[in-house]
Design a protein around this ligand. Structure first.
Ligand code: 1GP
Length: 256
C-alpha cells in the first residue's frame, strides 16, 4: 500500500511507470477555466496537479486549491517560488532547492523561513533538486531567481548537478526549461540525468506537442509537466494523457 506521494513516485519509477502533471498557474486560471480542466482531467487521467508560478500576482491560489480539492481526487502539489506561497490545503509541496543556480536564497534561504510553517502543516514534503535549463530566452523563473540556467548543450553539467543533489539527500529531480520555453530540455540532457541518479525525474518547460512529450518520456523522464499549452488549448490535456498512457501500455505497464 502506498502511503505517501514520495512512495507513489518511487514505486512508479521502479516500475518504469510514467506520470502526467498539469501545472496550474493561479495568475492564468479563473474558476471557470479550472472547472473545465477538472472536467477534462476526470475524463483523461492526470496524475498530479502542480500549483504555482514564478510571480504570483493574484490572490487566487487558495481559492483554486479549495475548489480543486472539493471536486477532484488528483493530488495537488505546491510548486512555490517563495515561502509566501505555502498553503495547507494542498496535499504536498515540491520543496525546491534551485541547485542549478548559486543564489543562496533559493538554495536554502526561503526554506529556513518556511521550515517552522511546514513543520506545523500537514503538507507532504518532497525535497526536490530544481534545475533551470537555458531554452532560448530568459524565463521568468531565471530572472526572478537571479540565477544562470544550465547551458542547454551541456548534459554533463546537468548530470553532475543532479548527482550532487542526490548525494545531498534530495529525493526528486526537476529539469525545467521554464514556462513557455522556446524549446524543451534536450533528450540528451534528460538521458544524462536519468543515468546519473536513481531518484524520480520530473521534466517540464516547452513541452507543447505529442512528439516532444514522447521524446522526454523516451529519454527517461518519469513525470512530464505541461502548463502553457494546456492554458492555450485545454484539449491538449487529452492528447498528453493519451500519450503517457500509450507509452505505459507500449512498455507493458498498467496504470498503478
Ligand atoms: C514550467 O515545467 C513547467 O515550470 C511547465 O512549462 O508552461 O512551458 O508547459 P510550460
Amino acid at each position: 500500500r502506498l502511503t505517501s506521494l514520495h512512495d507513489t513516485l518511487s514505486h512508479r519509477r521502479a516500475h518504469g511507470q510514467k506520470s502526467l502533471a498539469v501545472l496550474l498557474d493561479p495568475d492564468n486560471l479563473d474558476e471557470a477555466g479550472c472547472r473545465h480542466l477538472l472536467d477534462l482531467s476526470e475524463q483523461h487521467a492526470v496524475d498530479f496537479f502542480f500549483m504555482g508560478g514564478s510571480l504570483v500576482l493574484s490572490s487566487r491560489q487558495a481559492a483554486l486549491i479549495r475548489f480543486i480539492k472539493s471536486r477532484s481526487a488528483v493530488p495537488v502539489l505546491l510548486f512555490p517560488s517563495h515561502s509566501l506561497h505555502l498553503d495547507d490545503q494542498a496535499d504536498g509541496i515540491l520543496l525546491l532547492s534551485l541547485i542549478s543556480g548559486r543564489n543562496p536564497d533559493f538554495l536554502i534561504g526561503q526554506h529556513v523561513i518556511a521550515a517552522p510553517l511546514l513543520r506545523q502543516s500537514n503538507l507532504q514534503i518532497l525535497p526536490t533538486g530544481y534545475m533551470l535549463v537555458d531554452t532560448g530566452r530568459q524565463t521568468t523563473a531565471s530572472y526572478i531567481s537571479g540565477t544562470t540556467p544550465l547551458p542547454h548543450d551541456k548534459p554533463a553539467i546537468a548530470a553532475c548537478t543532479a548527482m550532487a543533489g542526490e548525494q545531498l539527500g534530495l529525493r526528486l529531480m526537476y529539469l525545467d526549461g521554464g514556462s513557455g520555453a522556446m524549446y524543451p530540455v534536450s533528450p540528451a540532457m534528460i538521458r544524462a540525468v536519468r543515468q546519473a541518479v536513481d531518484v524520480p525525474l520530473v521534466v517540464g518547460g516547452g513541452i507543447n506537442t505529442v512528439d516532444k512529450a514522447r521524446a522526454a518520456l523516451q529519454a527517461g523522464a518519469d513525470v512530464i509537466v505541461i502548463g502553457n499549452q494546456i492554458e492555450k488549448e485545454p484539449s491538449f490535456l487529452a492528447d498528453m494523457s493519451r500519450t503517457v498512457r500509450q507509452f505505459n501500455q507500449d512498455h507493458g505497464l498498467a496504470r498503478i
